[in-house]
Design a binder for this molecule. Sequence first.
Ligand SMILES: *[C@@H]1O[C@H](CO)[C@@H](O)[C@H](O)[C@H]1NC(C)=O
Ligand SMILES: *[C@@H]1O[C@H](CO)[C@@H](O)[C@H](O)[C@H]1NC(C)=O
Ligand SMILES: *[C@@H]1O[C@H](CO)[C@@H](O)[C@H](O)[C@H]1NC(C)=O
Length: 469
Amino acid sequence: MFPWLLLVLSLCARPGTGLPPRHMDSLVQILDALESPARGGSPGSVPALARALGVCSTPGCRAVLGEPPEPPPGPPAALPPEQWQLLRELLRAEPPERRAVLAPDGSTVALGPLLAGIEAGLRLGGGLGGPLGPPPTLRPPLDPLLAVTVAEVLGTSFLLARGGDGAALGPGGCWDDVDDPQNYTLTGPPSPLPDAVANGAMDGAVLGARLAREPAPLAELLRGYYGTGNGSDRGRPPSSYRRRDFGALAGPGKLEEEVVAVLELLRVLPPTRGLLEGVGTDEVAAVARRAAGEFTRRYVECPTIVPRCMWGARPYRGTPSLLSLPLGSVFIHHTLEPGTPCRSFRACARAMRSMQRFHQDTRAWDDIGYSFVVGSDGYLYEGRGWHWVGAHTKGYNTRGYGVGYVGDFSAALPDPDTLALVRDELLPCAVRAGHILHNYTLHGHRQLGHTDCPGNALFQEIQGWPGFQ
Ligand SMILES: *[C@@H]1O[C@H](CO)[C@@H](O)[C@H](O)[C@H]1NC(C)=O
Ligand SMILES: *[C@@H]1O[C@H](CO)[C@@H](O)[C@H](O)[C@H]1NC(C)=O
Ligand SMILES: *[C@@H]1O[C@H](CO)[C@@H](O)[C@H](O)[C@H]1NC(C)=O
């Protein structure tokens, strides 16, 4: 190897593991190299390499995409050793939650379902050696794109959870360091479908559908979809719309049909036949209904709430008091300071930390006051959360949640998607989850204290929201 190359590599490598961060940017750089003829790679080589390294190793996925190619004897010429090692780890590390990266929008994405969806999409579009097919005799027929991303894992997860005590979905997790992510830890007992897999599956379906219409180099596709680095303050990357876009692709009815189809496929495949022994078609239908319903409620109809560990929260000071649920009210605030909306994960996380510092150090409160904070990056941020009494609306903190929009909304409004995040997603979700009463009342902070909060423009706006009084 050339000495200058060694020098460059040692500058990029991280002390300790020697591997690049488990960030989407690292994956995009790997794909760039693999797809670049100038660097010894070739366009279109990625799906076969990913398959050979372990993507789509489950029986249903292999029945749809075919048997994987042999693993290559060594690293492809285009990849330096560190990138090669990272790629292999990202595709087959144990436990499975290690097969995920942090995306610029702050979400964690499992690569298996993402890359399986990408391959299915390319092949549906006629690339990579033509169309793919599930066994043609299959009844009902299945949609390859949903089968390899979400339907198989969802169906088997709910099938296995039947009668057991384990959860079938979740949990989320935390990264050791969002600036240099290396270690992702789940925040509870694992299910076969943790949040990272749900994200990867939704992204795989959305991007696969796009590739089926119009093929594109994968590095470019992922760079456009996720954005790069720490995100840009100019706007939300398309990945922050994954729940909406996946919902448009697969409503609950469609998802339920696809789970049935995949379970009926597993019934006839030798490795999984035993799993469905004694499970009648009615029971398969019931499993699929529950699976699609719960997936849709958790991941499509409810918004993502970025947990405290992801924005770098300090611990609560003292002993928090438990709320008695369901609550009857919701109070809308604006933060005023920061006075401009945050439009990237990095900017919103910074805003959270600075508000927490101010509330703890200057106001001498136990913690950031709000229950939830609304970014303009497509995400809600966990303050005190669903269960703990906040410090947002003096005299009413035990009666309602305090939801604060980052920015100053005296004259201007948050953008329409950011308004909808609370009005159409958080509030109905909180009712369904039993956190607030179905007949909750909604108020602006100014109705309960001497303040202009949440600003004239936002106060005017929320007067048209359900529950306003
Ligand atoms: C990752 O974090 C967990 C929990 O903090 C810890 O137990 C584990 O040793 C860490 N793993 C690595 C590879 O650093
Ligand atoms: C994000 O910003 C931090 C601090 O500037 C930097 O150390 C880190 O490398 C950045 N992350 C990425 C993926 O660009
Ligand atoms: C709201 O609903 C609860 C339970 O359904 C009921 O007890 C309560 O009286 C209702 N409140 C109002 C103001 O209608």
